[in-house]
Each structure stands twice: as structure tokens, then as C-alpha cells.
Ligand binder design. Structure first.
Ligand SMILES: Nc1ncnc2c1ncn2[C@@H]1O[C@H](COP(=O)(O)OP(=O)(O)OP(=O)(O)O)[C@@H](O)[C@H]1O
Length: 313
């Protein structure tokens, strides 16, 4: 598969600060590529290098050209902070951006795609934060881009809005659009991305499919059972069991093995309060590779964020 985006030893400095430190990566055409890392890891700076919106050292190829000379109508970019004119309605706004291209998509169908039909005639400034972000995603779609860069597209969007945007990104990818997505949210990237680059301090600490990264660096899955059962009952069934007060922890348990544990307890007539199965995630991969948890580095996924952090205003 051809690469839509290639970075070779890309470095971005702001004075003495090295924000992107010798990054090399390749994004196959028609795939979703996730750039994840905590605040200040260099995600936005890297996107700016890849899109030619800042100066950098190293080589970037975007659809076979340099980012500075690529046909802009083939690229969509949603920057992290983007403030379009506020006193335009959604329809006027998308129409305004569509005018910038020789060929553009039908504005009404883009409005429908981002789920803003009911607000099409509302001023941008009167939209909720989540609706504003969706309108901004719509702006990036008017030129029907081959490569779409989305820098934290779902920040500030409520859970339903996030899911709608995820579905939209999946549809775009299924139709052949290459999507480069930056995110703080591990579950977002785990769901959407074919491949992921994890950034820490400007460097790629790991790259691969979420499943491969988790398999290689994520550690084991565990089953925790709140019970007073004798650990030998489960150890005799081949489980690796650790016992603590009122709890048994079974290590390296596949989903298919859970029934076996349930059966063992049921056959012995042993009661249990709860079963909790935990699979490793990309957060575990990050912890393993950097020694720092995403949460400690000041960033939380949507399930861990404070209640107001992801809420539409
Ligand atoms: N225009 C700038 N001038 C100086 N330093 C900058 C500039 N933009 C970013 N930086 C610094 O570069 C580093 C990387 O920032 P960047 O915004 O690329 O990270 P990020 O991973 O996108 O963070 P966030 O998730 O918070 O958006 C940070 O230390 C940041 O303070």
C-alpha cells in the first residue's frame, strides 16, 4: 500500500526547545493513523510539520509532494485551536470555505454528515462547544480531502457527539480517506486507528497497530473475583492465582477462560460477590514504555476525565 504521509527524521525546534525530536513514520493511504501522547508531547507540532504549516528539519512527503507544494485541495486540516468567523451560520460558513476551492462538495450534504442539519441556519457563535467543533470538522470536509489531519477533533464534545464523530471518521476511512488523528484519548485511538505512534517528549516511543502494541507491551489480562474461596480450587484448574483478603486475582486470563472459572466456583457451590476482567489497554503500553501513567502526566482519557472536562458547553 502506498504511503500517504511519510516523515523522515523530522525535528521541530522552538528556540532551544526540541518539540519534535527526529520523528520518522509512515502512514499507509486509506488508513487511520493515531498520534497519541500527553500534553506537550509534540503532537500538534508534528502535525504542523506534516502539513507544512511550520518550518522543520528533516523530510516530509505528503501525497508524494513536499507539504509546502502539495495540492491544498487534497488536504484537510482541523487545527487544535481554530476560530472561524462567528457571525456566520453553519451553512454560510461551510459555503464560505467551499468557495475557496475550484471544486467543492455540496454544503448541505456535509452539514448532514456532521449532524448539524437542525443548526444549519444558526450563527457559529450561538452553537454549543461540541456543535462548533462539528462545524469545524465540516469545514475540513468541503474540499473532499484525500488526507485529513484532525488535531484533537473530539475535545469538548459530549459522549454522544464523540460517538457521532467516530462514526463519521470510520465512514471517511472506509471510503478511502487517509486520516491522521491526534488525541489524548486512548480509547478513541484504540477504536479508530489502524496504526498508532505514541509520542513522549517529542519522540516516538512505540508505533504499531493498537492490538500489536498491547500484545507486545500491555502486560497481562486479569480476572478479579471477590470471594472467600480457597485459591487451590482455581489453581487446580490451571489458573495462576494470587489470594488477598476477600479476593482472588487470576493472571493471564483470556475471555474464553472466564467461564471455566465461573464453572469451578459453581461446581464447588462457592459464592462470589463480583467478577472483574481487565484487559490491558494502550494506557498500560504507555506506562510500560515511559514509566509514566497518562493520568499522572496530566491527561486523562474520557472515562477518567473530571465530569466537566468533556462536556459540551
Ligand atoms: N509556538 C510555540 N512556541 C514555543 N514553544 C511551543 C510552541 N508550540 C508548542 N511549543 C512547545 O512545544 C512542546 C510541544 O507542544 P505541542 O503543542 O506540540 O504538544 P502537544 O502534544 O500537541 O500538546 P497538547 O496535547 O497539550 O496539545 C511543548 O513544550 C510546548 O510548550
Amino acid at each position: 500500500m502506498d504511503a500517504a504521509v511519510v516523515a523522515d527524521d523530522v525535528t521541530k525546534r522552538y528556540g532551544d526547545l526540541v518539540a519534535v525530536d527526529g520523528v520518522s513514520l509512515s502512514v499507509p493511504a486509506g488508513t487511520v493513523f493515531g498520534l497519541i501522547g500527553p500534553n506537550g508531547a509534540g503532537k500538534t507540532s508534528l502535525v504542523r510539520c506534516l502539513t507544512g504549516t511550520t518550518e522543520y528539519e528533516g523530510e516530509v512527503s505528503l501525497l508524494g509532494s513536499s507539504p509546502e507544494s502539495v495540492d491544498r485541495s487534497r488536504i484537510g486540516l482541523l487545527p487544535q485551536s481554530f476560530s472561524p468567523p462567528e457571525r456566520l451560520t453553519v451553512r454560510e460558513l461551510l459555503g464560505y470555505y467551499a468557495e475557496l476551492y475550484d471544486e467543492a462538495r455540496d454544503v448541505s450534504s456535509v452539514i448532514a454528515e456532521v449532524g448539524l442539519e437542525d443548526s444549519a441556519d444558526t450563527w457559529y457563535e450561538e452553537l454549543s462547544g461540541g456543535q462548533q467543533r462539528r462545524a469545524c470538522v465540516g469545514i475540513t470536509l468541503v474540499n473532499d480531502p484525500d488526507v485529513l489531519f484532525l488535531d484533537e477533533p473530539t475535545t469538548g464534545i459530549d459522549p454522544a457527539g464523540r460517538r457521532d464523530l467516530w462514526t463519521l471518521i470510520e465512514k471517511l476511512a472506509a471510503a478511502g480517506t487517509t486520516v491522521v488523528l491526534t488525541s489524548h484519548s486512548m480509547d478513541e485511538v484504540e477504536r479508530l486507528a489502524d496504526r498508532v505512534a505514541m509520542l513522549a517528549d517529542g519522540e516516538v516511543v512505540a508505533e504499531g497497530s493498537p492490538a500489536a502494541l498491547i500484545a507486545e507491551h500491555g502486560g497481562e489480562s486479569r480476572l478479579e473475583i471477590r470471594t472467600e474461596a480457597d485459591p487451590d480450587l482455581l489453581a487446580d484448574r490451571g489458573f495462576r492465582v494470587e489470594a488477598s483478603a476477600g479476593r482472588l486475582t487470576l493472571h493471564d486470563v483470556d475471555a474464553a477462560d472466564i467461564d471455566d472459572a465461573v464453572d469451578a466456583l459453581a461446581a464447588a457451590g462457592i459464592a462470589y460477590e463480583s467478577f472483574t476482567w481487565t484487559e490491558p489497554t494502550l494506557e498500560d503500553v504507555y506506562l510500560e514504555l515511559t514509566g509514566e501513567s497518562f493520568r499522572e502526566s496530566g491527561v486523562a482519557g474520557p472515562t477518567k476525565a473530571p465530569a466537566d472536562a468533556e462536556v459540551e458547553r
